[in-house]
Ligand binder design. Structure first.
Ligand code: NDP
Ligand code: 8X3
Length: 266
């Protein structure tokens, strides 16, 4: 990075225990940010905190958090404030797809989980941490959206709906913050190889692996690189929307895949 505007900032990442969130935490720590790691799996948070302290001497605060728990979100905000860890960047990354069925046979529990995490969780976190940014007249909210928030694909129904909502919330928030120096960015990836599909298919690893076979998907680091880029932009520049896809992907379902060669001959 030619100019480092990351050093010394305090970055809260939701869903830092895996995939894109873990990569974002690594990228911010590497550039000298203080990082607040959150997610539900405590052992993973602790392991990542140790890794970042050892590798970068990073100032890290790791706290288990389920973003669906509004009271827990506000309690964490208060704990962080008491410890001098008030974030001036939040990366609203925690999110998921659950199931991939036509709406008429979809599972309402899956829908609850997606809506509560991807939409309401993002709102609870933003509502809790934003006022301090407005007060300080400095800050950045980065929402991890998706191309699923601009193109609906077959059986994507509710997941796409949550990402359309994230897109609308990013736009609305950006408008509401006019006159402040708090920036809003939506970083919207296409296919990224993470635990996403394993979660979507309820632990069916074979089906999940198939999603990423035959082409080169994005890596979580590719997305973290984009997030770092938007946050590192000069303060008068707001990169409001950054869409990134694998070169092999040109639309939600338009992906160039090499045919599966099948099992090796006996
Ligand atoms: P992963 O499954 O690898 O990571 C998801 C992260 O979200 C985990 O750290 C998980 O942690 C956390 N999480 C899930 N539920 C909750 C919850 N209720 N409270 C707090 N944290 C939670 O998936 P990705 O890294 O791929 O996904 C990250 C974001 O990127 C999501 O918003 C997803 O929609 C978006 N995205 C992903 C794409 C992809 O192709 N992979 C493409 C476009 C967007 P834990 O289980 O420990 O709580
Ligand atoms: C996650 C990737 O394929 O569902 O947003 O659009 S996809």
């Amino acid at each position: 990075m030619p100019v480092n505007r990351i050093r010394g900032r305090t970055v809260l990442v939701t869903g830092a225990t895996a995939g894109i969130g873990a990569s974002c935490a690594r990228y911010f720590a590497r550039e000298g940010a203080r990082v607040v790691l959150t997610g539900r799996r405590r052992e993973r948070l602790d392991a990542l905190a140790t890794e970042l302290r050892d590798a970068h001497g990073a100032d890290v605060f790791a706290a288990p958090l389920d973003v669906r728990d509004r009271a827990a979100v506000t309690a964490l905000r208060d704990t962080l404030a008491a410890q001098g860890f008030t974030p001036d960047v939040i990366v609203n990354n925690a999110g998921k797809a659950r199931g991939m069925d036509p709406l008429q046979s979809g599972d309402a529990d899956d829908w609850d989980e997606m809506i509560d995490t991807n939409v309401k969780g993002l709102l609870w976190v933003t509502r809790a941490f934003l006022p301090a940014m407005v007060e300080a007249d400095r800050g950045h909210v980065v929402n991890i959206g998706s191309i699923a928030g601009r193109w609906v694909y077959p059986s994507g129904n509710v997941y796409c709906g949550t990402k359309y909502a994230v897109r609308a919330l990013s736009e609305g928030l950006n408008i509401d913050l006019v006159g402040t120096r708090v920036r809003v960015s939506s970083v919207d990836p296409g296919l990224v190889e993470t635990e996403f599909s394993e979660v979507r298919f309820h632990g069916d690893t074979e089906r999940a692996e198939g999603v990423y076979r035959g082409y080169t998907p994005l890596t979580p680091d590719d997305v973290a690189d984009a997030v770092l880029y938007v946050v590192n932009a000069p303060e008068h520049v707001d990169i409001f929307n950054l869409v990134l896809m694998p070169t092999d992907q040109r639309h939600a379902t338009v992906v160039h895949k090499e045919p599966d060669p099948g099992p090796p001959p006996e």
